[in-house]
Ligand binder design. Structure first.
Ligand code: DI6
Ligand code: FE
Length: 401
């Protein structure tokens, strides 16, 4: 593929250049194949680059392609009835204990074929792509048996083949305790979760291993067994931690060098320090906070104080976050959690890449993937400020439109 130049661009590089957003006002960017070959101030453009075939962006904002680093977009059925129940007064935990919640999605997912899972997931993925998303993480966790966990992960891989988006998979066998293992969660880990992880890994379906550490799910000891297996297989880990209570999940994850600890509304300072020490990224999920009408805020000031990088994601799932908009997620991050618009945009680019262990994207600099989102906005804060408005001009994925 030949080289080309994007000129008259405002670049939100997310590099440390002393400007908010790493902004370069009158910028230019050179794409060579699927890679950014050069980017910087137009005045610094070399004579070679200045004569390349060029596209005039007329002052539009260019950001790294957006990254949704925590989703459950593959699942069967929906949970609209549960939404009604919760509006009638039942809590998320009560619904789960009554056999609704995650377990009801498990039933629907088990009875769905790979084609059916794909057909229901693609519109959600397409909604994300339409807002400039170029990388998406997808979890298993609604199968809770070996076959269905593998089918979910195969579906996730297929999405990456069918759409111009990079898919990173996470094995989430330790998501919920299926009905037939009620009060035998340890047996579930031994008999289903660990064998499923081994089988999925053998098929090349697993990029990372996740778990749900919570009173209604798995204890820290059980999660540790899953993480030990991940370590044995050479796979990175991450964790749904401190969403509804504080079980010390984030510190446990940090002790395994986890990529991220996600949700973390109930995280305390000891947990924040443990994350800082291990370089574990905080992934905040305001869609779940909003949907469950939570009141406990994640400890934003402590995260800032201890310099724990903060990513933001949709948590797109049928129960606690039926949200397929990363732009709305950014708005919620600001309005509900008091993140700054700069933190929100960094949270879906640079920090989301780090949360997935990816160093080849999330910023604009030579050598990173040419995954770009070009916006009809003049100031980057507009992306977080608007509600229900998509200002994407176009998306470039691996150098292609
Ligand atoms: N926490 C969540 O927010 C999702 N999974 C999890 O462990 C919710 C999944 C669901 O309710 O279906
Ligand atoms: Fe989740």
């Amino acid at each position: 593929m030949s080289k080309r130049l994007l000129k008259n661009a405002r670049l939100a590089t997310f590099l440390d250049n002393g400007q908010p957003y790493g902004l370069i006002e009158d910028g230019a960017l050179v794409i060579d194949g699927d890679t950014i070959a050069w980017c910087g101030a137009a005045s610094m453009l070399s004579a070679d680059h200045a004569t390349l075939p060029a596209e005039d962006l007329e002052g539009r904002l260019v950001t790294p392609g957006l990254i949704d680093c925590h989703t459950h977009v593959v699942f069967g059925g929906d949970r609209a009835r549960e939404f009604e129940m919760r509006l009638e007064g039942a809590s998320y935990e009560e619904v789960a204990r009554a056999g609704g919640g995650i377990v009801s999605t498990v039933k629907a997912t088990r009875s769905a074929s790979e084609d059916e899972l794909l057909a229901s997931a693609l519109p959600r993925v397409d909604a994300l792509i339409a807002e400039g998303v170029t990388t998406i993480e997808i979890k298993s966790g609604y199968g809770l048996d070996i076959d269905t966990e593998l089918r979910m992960l195969r579906t996730a891989r297929k999405i990456g083949e069918m759409r111009p988006v990079l898919v990173k998979t996470s094995f989430l066998g330790a998501h919920a305790i299926p009905a037939d293992y009620k009060d035998r969660s340890g047996d579930y880990i031994s008999e289903v979760c660990l064998p499923a992880l081994e089988a999925a890994h053998a098929e090349g379906l697993v990029d990372a291993v996740d778990g749900f550490c919570e009173g209604i799910a798995f204890s820290p000891e059980e999660i540790a067994r899953v993480f030990d297996k991940a370590k044995e297989l050479g796979l990175p880990v991450k964790l749904h931690a401190e969403q509804l209570s504080n079980l010390g999940g984030a510190a446990l994850a940090a002790s395994y060098g986890a990529l991220s600890a996600d949700h973390i509304e109930y995280l305390d300072e000891a947990g924040v320090k443990a994350m800082a020490q291990s370089g574990t990224i905080a992934v905040l999920l305001p869609g779940a906070f909003y949907t469950l009408r939570e009141t406990q805020h994640p400890p934003l000031d402590l995260l800032r104080q201890h310099k724990v990088p903060i990513a933001l994601a949709t948590d797109c799932n049928p129960g606690s976050s039926p949200l397929a908009s990363l732009l709305l997620t950014m708005n919620m991050g600001c309005t509900l959690f008091r993140m700054t618009p700069e933190e929100a945009l960094a949270g879906v680019t640079r920090e989301a890449a780090r949360a997935l262990g990816l160093s080849d994207r999330g910023t604009l600099q030579p050598g990173t993937r040419a995954d770009l989102a070009i916006w009809n906005v003049t100031h980057p804060a507009e992306l977080s400020y608007r509600i229900g408005f998509n200002s994407l001009h176009k998306r470039i994925f691996g150098g292609s439109e």
